[in-house]
Design a binder for this molecule. Structure first.
Ligand SMILES: NC(=O)c1ccc[n+]([C@@H]2O[C@H](COP(=O)([O-])OP(=O)(O)OC[C@H]3O[C@@H](n4cnc5c(N)ncnc54)[C@H](OP(=O)(O)O)[C@@H]3O)[C@@H](O)[C@H]2O)c1
Length: 345
């Protein structure tokens, strides 16, 4: 790694402190470097909070040295008034002569305007440093703005003989270890929404909330075309907001939001509605039918598959993800395989 890459890596590392807190904003970290030493740093902590650049500049006690410093940031600084004033104004105010940027911000109000504003003010720019890592870091935000849909993560557990559940299931069924369950709860806390099909609710009665770790509950989403599910299922409780996609009614009842859609192009309709509702990421937790609809339309970005040691013998066949996993992790009773399916990084 060269020097610019080392400081950019630091920006990425500190930005991750904002994971699960900043959406619909991106994760951003910033460091200020003077004479090859980091003299200030900051990250975007939660939605509505000061931006990373401002935190980093504010953290430098001797503001005089800013005139001879370089600001590193993983995402193009903003140049418009949102919940916070433009970062480019703050950079200009302190005469910072050089800015190193990881990747462009695809938000329609930024989209190159931040870089142009800095260049207009004779600030030197180096861009695309650790480009792929910076895009991967904000893959939810980038997919949302570039593809106009949420980032889609498929998640399921598969038995050693290739099933996701027994055929005649009359009570909730688990085949993964406590460590895998805890991991899934952490994943839920990192996404804006979690989606399941009608039969998963009827068979498993899942709560779809974050309970095994700290973190916010995602919005729960159920596909129930004819509103067949009983309102006593836990997905309808008020622990979190639930969106029910159906073809009968649009209505809000307490924390339950019914959204009527056309089931001719179901997945596209659902993703459009989620985009309209500012939902940047969705974890699809099953079952087979639901996951296969998204696979068949090639509407997914990541798949996380737990391959369990347990056998089921006769059950519902697991969805198939073809290709080589990008990552493999050993768990006590299963192996986690992570696949990717997109071209954004
Ligand atoms: N091992 C795991 O990781 C895991 C995870 C979750 C669930 N499961 C198991 O999976 C089983 C359920 O899976 P499943 O395949 O039978 O059912 P499912 O995917 O849970 O639900 C399917 C139903 O949801 C609706 N639906 C889902 N996607 C749709 C789409 N794109 N367009 C239209 N309707 C859509 C349809 O309801 P309508 O018929 O009303 O139209 C469909 O029949 C359960 O036994 C559960 O325990 C296992």
């Amino acid at each position: 790694m060269n020097v610019d890459e080392l400081f950019m890596k630091k920006c990425i590392d500190i930005s991750l402190n904002g994971m699960g807190m900043v959406s619909p904003n991106p994760m951003v970290g910033c460091v200020i470097v003077h004479e090859n030493k980091i003299v200030g740093k900051g990250y975007h902590k939660f939605y509505g909070d000061l931006h990373a650049e401002r935190h980093a500049i504010d953290s430098v006690s001797n503001k005089d040295i800013l005139k001879n410093s370089t600001l590193y940031v993983n995402l193009e600084p903003c140049s418009h008034h949102g919940k916070q004033p433009p970062c480019t104004d703050y950079i200009k105010k302190y005469d910072i002569p050089k800015v190193v940027i990881g990747c462009n911000d695809p938000h329609k109000l930024v989209c190159g305007n931040g870089i142009n504003e800095l260049l207009k003010n004779n600030i030197s720019i180096t861009k695309n440093v650790l480009l792929n890592s910076c895009r991967s870091l904000n893959r939810r935000f980038i997919t949302f703005h570039e593809s106009k849909r949420p980032y889609i993560i498929l998640k399921f557990a598969k038995s050693a003989d290739g099933y996701i559940a027994p055929l005649n299931q009359n009570k909730p069924f688990w085949m993964t270890s406590k460590k895998a369950k805890d991991t899934v709860h952490k994943w839920r806390s990192q996404e804006d929404a979690i989606l399941v099909g009608r039969k998963t609710v009827e068979k498993d009665n899942p709560q779809l909330t974050v309970r095994n770790c700290k973190g916010k509950n995602p919005i729960r989403i159920l596909i129930d075309r004819n509103l067949k599910t009983n309102k006593k299922f836990l997905i309808y409780n008020d622990d979190a907001i639930t969106i029910i996609f159906n073809e009968i009614k649009s209505e809000i009842i307490g924390t339950n939001q019914y959204i009527k859609i056309n089931f001719k192009n179901t997945e596209k309709e659902i993703l459009n509605k989620l985009h309209e509702n500012n939902i940047q990421s969705v974890l699809i937790e099953g079952g087979r039918d639901t996951i296969n609809h998204f696979i068949n339309k090639n509407l997914w970005d990541e798949a996380r598959v737990f391959n369990s040691n347990h056998q089921i013998h006769d059950g519902i066949k697991s969805p198939e993800i073809f290709g080589k996993p990008k990552e493999i992790e050993q768990f006590p009773e299963e192996v986690l395989e992570k696949f990717t399916n997109n071209a954004i990084y």
